[in-house]
Design a protein around this ligand. Structure first.
Ligand SMILES: [Mn+2]
Length: 355
């Protein structure tokens, strides 16, 4: 039996809302994922790309990755592929920070090409690990259809698999990929995606899960087990609906909703997604600063964000009872908009019309 631990998309260097605290969070999320993987005593550990957010990572992130993979190199075979974020300027260059890790001998990857097959020995048994770094879909497909592994089991890992699962060759025992940041596993087709090790683009990842995938593979087939990978930072994503509310009602509703959140830890990131249909009076009357201050006082959070997803239907229609009567129309307007200065306006109209 061969045991594989599969993780992906760590995006070292990625921040959210320019919060510097996230840089360390992201490193700790990767460390946590690797610690969790190592507790399963895998034969192979695979990271399917986007290890870095940027092809020119900070020295701190590069050193962190180097030390982390070095610390496990005697215990497990580590394979890495280059994701689209690791590679500079699209497809033509394959030099990336992952090349540095490979040159240092702490991981195995695809060298200076987009594809490489590795043959390794596990408990006296030869197995093949086929790796695809980020490349054009056509190149991937052509290559995929031309390779035939010589061992059973054999495994294929790519940052992205741009081929329908029904059209994948059957001679690989497991297909592992990354790229999208939420967990997905199809046990019938033996294809899995763990999701990212941390929150990278929160709006695309709300509701999805991130996991470690463990595959036990032998000639009988695969057995899968998974473990949740939670971000080291607590995230709260409350959703508010303010359809039809006036400004006061919306403000107190949002504050009330925030008061009811109870983060387990200090320093949470709270993202309040507000939707619904409102008019421009409510939109203009939403006191975001007050809502944010209220949240920060109540929650001891690191950061609170109010995401405006509402639809605004412009100003409310004003009904004029006697459209040809200027004074009556001014009264209707003031009454329906709650604006001030009725006497001044009437006075002004009086002076203009000479009445
Ligand atoms: Mn990614």
């Amino acid at each position: 039996m061969v045991r594989i631990a599969h993780i992906s998309d760590s995006h070292l260097g990625k921040t959210l809302f320019q919060l510097v605290e996230r840089k360390d969070d992201v490193r700790q999320c990767l460390k946590k994922a690797i610690d969790m993987a190592m507790r399963k005593s895998p034969d192979i550990l695979v990271h399917t790309g986007d290890l870095f957010e940027n092809p020119l990572p900070s020295m701190e992130d590069l050193t962190f990755a180097m030390d982390l993979f070095k610390s496990i190199q005697d215990k497990v075979e580590v394979f890495l592929v280059h994701g689209n974020h690791d590679i500079p300027y699209g497809y033509r260059h394959i030099q990336s920070p992952i090349s540095a890790l490979e040159s240092a001998g702490v991981v195995k990857s695809t060298g200076n090409d987009h594809y490489k097959a590795h043959k390794i020995d596990i408990d006296g048994r030869k197995i093949e690990v086929h790796l695809f770094s980020w490349t054009r879909d056509k190149l991937f497909e052509r290559k995929l259809n031309s390779i035939v592994p010589q061992t059973d089991p054999a495994f294929l890992f790519a940052h992205h698999i741009p081929v329908k699962k029904e059209r994948l060759p059957i001679h690989f025992n497991y297909y592992g990929c990354g790229h999208a940041h939420s967990f997905w596993l199809d046990e019938e087709y033996d294809i899995g995606r763990p999701g990212s090790t941390c929150y990278v683009n929160w709006s695309k990842e709300v509701g999805g899960k991130k996991k470690l995938i463990v595959v036990d593979s032998d000639s009988q087939g695969n057995e899968y087990s998974t473990e949740n990978l939670n971000d080291v930072r607590e995230f709260k994503f409350p959703q508010a609906k303010i359809t039809g509310m006036g400004p006061d009602e919306a403000n107190s509703y949002l504050q009330g909703m925030i008061s009811k959140l109870s983060p387990k830890k200090d320093g949470a990131i709270v993202i309040v997604r507000v939707d619904g249909i409102i008019d421009s009076e409510t939109e203009n009357g939403l006191d975001r600063i007050k809502i944010l201050q209220h949240a920060e006082n109540q929650l001891n959070s690191l950061f609170v964000h109010v995401e405006p997803n509402w639809i605004c239907y412009g100003p409310r229609e004003i009904k004029l009872k006697q459209p040809l009567n200027i004074e009556a129309s001014i009264r209707d307007y003031i009454e329906q908009t709650d604006e001030e200065g009725l006497d001044d306006l009437l006075d002004l109209v009086g002076r203009i019309t000479g009445e």
